[in-house]
Design a protein around this ligand. Sequence first.
Ligand code: GCB
Length: 628
Amino acid sequence: MNQAVRLLLAASLALPATLLAQTNAYPPSEVTTQNTTLLVDIDHRPATSLDGEWHTLVDPYGNGIYDFHHHVKARGYFMDAKPQPGDEYDFSTSPTLKVPGDWNTQRPNLFYYEGPIWYEKDFEHTSKPNTRTFIHFGAANYRSYVWVNTNKVCEHEGGFTPFDCDITGVVRDGHNFVVVVVDNSRIPDGVPTLQTDWWNYGGLHRDVSVVDVPEQFIDDYDLHLVRTADEASTNRTVEGYVHVEGAAAGTAVTVSIPELHASVQATTDANARAAITLPIKSLTLWSPDAPKLYKVELTAGSGATEDKLEDDMGFRTVEARGTEILLNGKPIFLRGVSIHAEAPYRTGRAYSEKDVDTLLGWCKELGCNFARLAHYPHDQRMTRAADRLGILIWSEIPDYWALQFDNPVVLQKSKQQMREMIRRDRDKASVILWSVANETPNTEARTKYLTAMANYARELDPTRLVTAALLVRTVKSPSGPVKVVDDPLGAALDVIGTNEYIGWYDGPIDSIDKTTWDIHYQKPLIMSEWGGGARFGNHAKPGEKPTPWTEEYQAEIYRHQIPMLNKIPQLRGTTPWVLMDFRSPMRTLPGKEDNFNRKGLISDQGQKKEAFYILQKAYKDKTLGKAE
Ligand code: GCB
């Protein structure tokens, strides 16, 4: 499919968002197109999993929606009808795709596919009185439209954040069916936009489940440790709120940490929010060295409408002071690595416990206490595991490269993704940084947009630090290149991230040694990307100078980068690019790339390259970065 056709399709599929809502008046239904809430801590709620095989229809021409004159059909694929003349589709005999999972790596003929695919699954449900029922999607890339029993229940845009469809009014006792069309067409006004250096994996790539909750239920909470003058103190206060969707003012809320014998009662206000202040004694602070998690119990309401939820939470503080990052009041150096959500060994989008264990296991092996989850929110299993393993996290929304920064609609999309990311992960101790962007062009419109995003992140979560990965400017000087960090966006950030590829895209390896840094912000700095490409097993000829794409050349870049990085006084962390090779359509060099970005320290098949050991040694010996 060429780009023009794809854009046309994308545009036409943007229309149904409103049109579908109208057509779906047959049979008459209450149509909800707005996501009113988003369930958090979903992995601790009882749920009926809809993971497994779903019947699918590949629909590049949009036949599931349009008739031959491009009018919206009254009986689209969402009817899940039994085949009859005019309805020339049959989910029940159509091939299946596994959920969770991207479609590209499940069927060879979907490898490059970008467009809509319809999914269908049957499920049984038994209604309970005084409950609401949701279908929860861990994420679907990129736009999704959902019907249950032929009723349109919701739609969502954004490929990496969760969403819920309220199906209370349409779910019935016994047999039900859900139809979802997921469209991964890249669109100019999308977040991300048309170009990315990663594979545009489409589909229901995270868990899907049906969740019953009481009529009033806990849908959001924020419980964090309050900073004090003595951050080492173990007698502390946990503060925040619990939001109880649908609750009248005065609804009782309890938060307890049984292991600490701590408990507090509060009541909801007119906005269904209960303010929480919970004094605690003998707290073990969460840190990478001691990632202590406590069971936290939350209760809202009583009797038939009571909602109970449990979470595993760590408590710590994080702060930027001058050019330092303080964790629990103590300066910390972030020994990290950047990670894409690419599945080790099998490729495709990472989603399983095994994927997460492998990726974060390698991080640990490297000696990391930190990871940058690039360039979009990863599966919740990742931040859960980071909580357990003691790996600090940078989490990012895909405000990547050249978004339409002058388009207010796009800003709303970024904000939505930021909101959904923060809401899902705000109670994870591991997450310390929200990143608003990566390598964006230095224009007025961009700076305004991303300053708004930084402020929005702070408004949603004042307890964490806001960052972005910036581009740097090079000025020539007689003693060598000077990297100037003066991007005006830096003013809006708590921590500056900078990406550089000296020795790869940017000059020969020995130019690394001559490079100095001129940083215009007295703030902590993380070198959020650096590195170079190598194909595992591709070695330099003995006695010869290593050439690009060999393991030796990549290792040499690391060897030269480490001393240069150590000369940056305000360097507080690094996340070289990248832990593992990942698929990218931008990377076409035969024999070297073959549609993979090869800057991994580890190949997609789990083979460690020479540079892995260089970084590992520097991290383990603490010869990269200042010791805490
Ligand atoms: C970058 C981007 C990252 C790319 C990387 C590369 O600066 O932030 O997404 O994959 O460079 O390999 O060129």
